[in-house]
Ligand binder design. Sequence first.
Ligand code: SF4
Length: 395
Amino acid sequence: MELRLVRGVDAWWAITTRRYARLPENAVQNGRMTQEFHSRLDEMDFFATKARAFGLTVLTTTRCNLGCAYCFQNTGPAPESTFRPPRIRADSLDSQGVDDILEFTRRRMRELGRESVVLTLFGGEPLLRPDACLRLLRGLAPLGLRGAEMVSNLVLLTPSLARKLEAAGLQTIQVSFDGAQDEHDTVRVERSGRPTFDRIIANIRAAAEVTGIRWRFRVNVSATNIDTLPDLVDQLAALPLPQRATIRFGLVGDFSVGFTGALRHTGGVTDRLLTLVDRAIDAGLDVMLLGTPLADCPYCGEFGGSAGAVVNSDGTLYSCWETAGRPEWQVGTIADGYLSPELMADRWSRCDNTVEAHGETSAAQELYDLVDARILDRSRARRLAAADGLSPSAT
Ligand code: SF4
């Protein structure tokens, strides 16, 4: 199991994909965990990998109602003066397509000895096919649906649909922001060019009034929007939600194609990110780590789909969300299964977001470590304060 060690305040943090632990300063020597502390963590099952659920991501459609210029599903820039970048081949799931995916999932779970499944509804925009989302959720329930999340731009969510999705098993929705309102509305626009910020916020509020769905806010951080993010963090933290929301800062340049504001990993950027982390935690949000090891990714982490599957709406299989829908990366079909290992070898792309995977500099590594240490230190301080009844948010 991949282990990351990050220096915190008067301590070290040991981070794996699923767990983290705070260790005394003498637990790490010359950048490595000592054998003594490794054994102690091992005794506490820190490194244990439980039998996992089958990870299933389904693109209910490759179409999208938005025209984000940086979308990794674009195949080129939008023609001048339009918001319609050309995209990967358009396809959408119908009822038979859903049933075929359910049958494939049943078969794979049986072959792999998995007794539960975790679903991610993906697109394009999954809510362009709400019927397919509901049919998938309902169809997976008898297979042991243990978790279900949707990655949506949220423009199409209505309260009644949110209710139906929750009743069918949806637990979490992830929605992205590209800055505070003005900045977001220059980037995340409908294909007609209409802005989306107000609609997204209104739709979150309306869904939160009628469901207990958890919210995860993905905030893309670029050189052009970073100064607008404190206002966005405040606005998101002030939303009346049924439970504490999670925020994830995604550094542009780590994943993007077509973004023009890639961050340079300088001291100034680090300081501003640390301030954002403090602000988000103080405002009551949970902040996700920037650099969780992804060696255990349920999709690409195990070659040949032995931990999960990414299924496009036309029934083709991929190793990663980011390659889905691109024929040159296809690794099989739900009807015929995976290609031979030889054929798949060059197509098995990994979504590894670690610093090393992007060939970045030691300055970038330092930024990841400083920010993640701050997230862990500050979150711990908030938990301790809440336990002592010192926090105003301790309820
Ligand atoms: S909302 Fe998502 S899928 Fe749609 S264009 Fe934007 S980034 Fe791409």
